[in-house]
Write a protein that binds this ligand. Structure first.
Ligand code: AMP
Length: 365
């Protein structure tokens, strides 16, 4: 245990103003905590529901210091928080997760090395710090492969396919990762994509929800199926991988682990997110403790709650114009609608989600 638990009434600082912060703030409020959001504009989804908001840039040192004085603990709702900002906050207040977990999740080469060093498999990959390293990387991974920028890539952004060895130069030009370099990763013929979310408390205990199956549209999550229709042994392996990685990071908070499930049942880790994850939204409606409440419990040093689910579920993201169906969804018995308070609809923008509950099949991981 690192320090006493924070009692209800304390203030949780959340860095980032998106829907993950919004749902964290709502869960915190239910337990009697206040949230103070640090974000870029006052109308962001989390700022709309938080007790307080600091609207400033991450390089505004005075704003960071004021924020640190106003909160009892800091957590994040996105991983690309500049390291300097987090270090500055950490001088005054505990940050959970800490700089190590964020630095691993911010850089794909660091992340893949960390995963492999923890004894967990990924697709075959090679670092490509400079364009001149492409040929050596391709010799290691072979084609087809994917070139991914080291930093700030998400949801398939800043990625380019390398179908043949001759495509590598064009892939580099397409994403121009000159500043932070890239990694080249073998493209794998997975059977499905899955994820597992692990919570880890200040006492090092972990709790995980059942692994789920994820479907993407243009690289953006569109549907999560709970539980993943995988043999129980594969699900258990996914959970063990998540727990091993959360422990290796010495993380306090949540770790989402995205996995490729190979036709043989072998699991390869794609990437890590040390925060609530879109594939865990179903936990609000179908689990004893939601991922958002669990994050609050973890960062406040409280005992973790039960991750048992009381129903199977399918969660659909409402992307862009999908949200226009809100009235029909409200009228649908059993559909649980969540809207994020975003007024502008843009293509594939995450506007909300809907979870439909199904009879519980089996409750074993
Ligand atoms: P990422 O931004 O790395 O999460 O990748 C986004 C999506 O691209 C993944 O969810 C996969 O559908 C696909 N993808 C990424 N890496 C690979 C890979 N090595 N092999 C096959 N598909 C991949």
């Amino acid at each position: 245990m690192t320090g006493p638990a924070l009692a209800p009434g304390a203030t949780i600082g959340i860095i980032g103003g998106g829907q993950l912060g919004r749902m964290t703030a709502l869960a915190a409020a239910r337990l009697g905590y206040r949230c103070h959001v640090f974000c870029q504009s006052s109308d962001e989804p989390a700022a709309q529901v938080a007790a307080a908001a600091t609207i400033a840039r991450f390089d505004d040192k005075a704003a960071l210091d004021r924020f640190a004085r106003a909160v009892d603990v800091v957590t994040v709702e996105f991983e690309n928080v500049p390291a300097a900002a987090l270090r500055r906050l950490a001088r005054r207040v505990p940050t959970r997760p800490d700089a190590l977990a964020l630095s691993v999740a911010q850089d794909r080469a660091v992340e893949k090395s960390f995963i492999n060093d923890a004894g967990v498999a990924t697709a075959s990959w090679a670092a490509v710090p400079r364009r001149g390293d492409l040929a050596a990387a391709l010799a290691k991974t072979g084609a087809p492969a994917i070139l991914k920028t080291n930093r700030l890539g998400y949801d398939g952004k800043w990625q380019a396919r390398v179908d043949r060895v001759g495509d590598a130069g064009a892939a580099w030009e397409a994403i121009r990762p000159d500043r932070h370099g890239a990694i080249l990763e073998r493209r794998v013929a997975f059977a499905s994509e899955a994820s597992v979310i692990v919570a880890r408390g200040t006492d090092g205990r972990t709790a995980s929800w059942v692994p789920v199956e994820n479907h993407h549209l243009d690289h953006v999550l569109s549907r999560t199926i709970v539980p993943a229709p995988l043999p129980a042994a594969v699900r258990r392996r996914a959970t063990r991988i998540g727990e091993r990685l959360a422990t290796a990071l010495d993380l306090v908070g949540l770790l989402a682990v995205e996995l490729f499930v190979m036709p043989s049942g072998r699991l390869l880790v794609n990437e890590l997110a040390p925060r609530p994850h879109n594939s865990g939204h179903w936990t609000i409606d179908a689990a004893a403790t939601s991922q958002f409440e669990q994050l609050v419990r973890a960062v406040c040093g409280l005992p973790l709650g039960s991750t048992d689910r009381h129903a199977d579920a399918v969660m659909d993201n409402l992307l862009g114009d999908d949200v226009r169906a809100w009235l029909d969804l409200l009228a649908e018995p059993g559909a649980r609608l969540h809207l994020y308070g975003k007024d502008k609809i843009r293509p594939v923008r995450k506007m909300g989600h809907v979870t439909r509950l199904l009879p519980l099949t089996d409750n074993r991981a």
